[in-house]
Ligand binder design. Structure first.
Ligand SMILES: [Zn+2]
Length: 353
C-alpha cells in the first residue's frame, strides 16, 4: 500500500532544527512509520475508492497556487529583496501545480494545503517572531498540522552576515518540496508519495544548486558536492527513509544532503545513457517524474531501469581520498555526474517547443 503513504504527510507537525552550516533540514515525504499505520487502518475504504487524477494543464477553479511571505525585520533588506526575486523566478520557471489546491489530509479529510501558503522567515538572532500564530517554529522546513501547511525559513545570522550562498539556495530547496507535493501528491488519493526519500531530498538539492549556479555563479557543484561519503553509498536503499525512520537520509553520513543530491544527478546521467535523453530531458524526468505509479515496478516503469539496477550502477563511481583537509576518509568521485555549467532550470522546465 505504498501509494497511500502520503496521507499522513501534513498530519504530523514536525519541526526539525538545522544543525550544520549548510544543512537544510525539513519534512518532505511522509515518514513511513506514521504512514504505514495509517494505510493499513483505512485500507478497505481506500481500496474501494476511485483515483481522481488532477490534470495541472486544466485551469483550476481556485486559480494558481500562491504564497504569502512574512519576512521579519530581523532579516537584512538585501535578503528580503533577493527572496522576492527568487520566489518570482521559481514561480515563473516551475509554477506549483494548481492541483495542490486539492491536497487532502488523510486524517482530517481536509484540504490541508491552503493557497496562499504562508512563508515565515526570520533571522535566528531573534526568537520566532510569530509565537502566537505559529508556536515552536525553528529550522527550515515545510510543516503542517492537518488543516494547513506552511514554509519555515529560520535563517542563520552567520550565513546572512558571511554571504553564504545557502541563504539563497535554501529558498529554492523548500520551494521545490512544495512543487513536488503538487506534482506527486495532489491526486486523490495521492499516488506519488511513495517515491523514495532520496528523490525528494536529492531533487530539492539539485534544484537549489542549479538555481544558485545560474543566478549567483556559485553552487555545491563547483566542488563536485564534496564530500559524498563513500561508505554511505554502500547501501543506497538506506536513503529511501529518513534517519529518524531508521534510514540514512539526513543522517550523519549524508553530509548536507549531498549523498541524495549525488543520487539524483547519477539518475539523470543514467537516463541519458539508457533512454537516450538529452541532458535537459534527463533532468526533467529525474526531477519531475510523474506521480509514482501503483505498481510493483514503479521505478522501472517510469525510468526504464529497475531500482535495484540503478543502485548497482552507483558502484561505477570510484571511492577516492577526500582531498579536503577537514574531512578524512574516502568520498565518491562525483565529477562524472555534475551537470553542464550552462544547464538552467529554464532549459529543463521550459524547453523550447
Ligand atoms: Zn529538503
Amino acid at each position: 500500500m505504498r501509494n497511500y503513504f502520503g496521507f499522513a504527510l501534513v498530519a504530523a507537525v514536525v519541526f526539525v532544527t538545522g544543525c550544520s552550516a549548510e544543512e537544510s533540514t525539513d519534512v518532505s515525504p511522509p515518514s513511513e512509520a506514521e504512514t504505514q499505520a495509517e494505510s493499513s487502518q483505512d485500507e478497505e475504504t481506500q481500496a474501494a475508492s476511485e483515483v481522481v487524477v488532477c490534470d495541472p494543464s486544466v485551469a483550476h477553479p481556485k486559480g494558481a497556487f500562491e504564497f504569502t511571505p512574512k519576512l521579519d525585520d530581523s532579516l537584512p533588506v538585501k535578503w528580503r529583496d533577493e527572496f522576492g526575486v527568487i520566489l518570482a523566478n521559481l514561480q515563473e520557471v516551475a509554477p506549483i501545480s494548481s492541483c495542490l489546491h486539492d491536497f487532502t489530509d488523510y486524517e482530517t479529510g481536509e484540504n490541508s494545503v491552503k493557497s496562499p501558503m504562508s512563508i515565515y522567515a526570520w533571522s535566528n538572532k531573534v526568537s520566532n517572531p510569530w509565537p502566537e500564530e505559529k508556536p515552536g517554529m525553528e529550522g527550515t522546513s515545510i510543516s503542517g498540522n492537518g488543516s494547513d501547511t506552511w514554509m519555515i525559513l529560520e535563517m542563520r545570522s552567520d550565513d546572512l552576515a558571511g554571504g553564504n550562498i545557502f541563504q539563497y539556495s535554501v529558498i529554492a530547496h523548500e520551494y521545490w518540496h512544495v512543487y513536488q507535493r503538487g506534482a506527486w501528491m495532489a491526486d486523490s488519493p495521492p499516488q506519488g508519495s511513495g517515491w523514495p526519500v532520496w528523490m525528494w531530498e536529492g531533487g530539492a538539492g539539485v534544484v537549489q544548486n542549479l538555481y544558485t549556479a545560474e543566478h549567483y555563479g556559485s553552487s555545491d557543484f563547483d566542488n563536485n558536492l564534496s564530500p559524498v561519503i563513500a561508505t554511505a553509498l554502500s547501501n543506497p536503499s538506506d536513503f529511501e527513509r529518513y534517519d529518524r525512520d531508521g534510514g540514512a537520509a539526513q543522517g550523519d553520513s549524508d553530509m548536507n544532503g549531498t549523498t541524495q543530491t549525488f543520487m539524483v544527478l547519477a539518475l539523470a546521467k543514467e537516463l541519458q545513457t539508457t533512454l537516450g535523453l538529452t541532458e535537459a530531458e534527463a533532468f526533467a524526468l529525474a526531477l519531475n517524474p510523474p506521480a509514482k505509479p501503483d505498481s510493483e515496478t514503479a521505478f522501472l516503469d517510469v525510468f526504464g531501469i529497475s531500482l535495484e539496477d540503478f543502485y548497482k550502477s552507483l558502484a561505477q563511481y570510484p571511492a577516492v581520498e577526500s582531498g579536503e583537509d577537514w574531512f578524512e576518509g574516502t568520498v565518491v568521485k562525483a565529477s562524472a555526474v555534475m551537470p553542464s555549467k550552462d544547464l538552467t532550470l529554464t532549459a529543463i522546465f521550459q524547453p523550447p517547443r
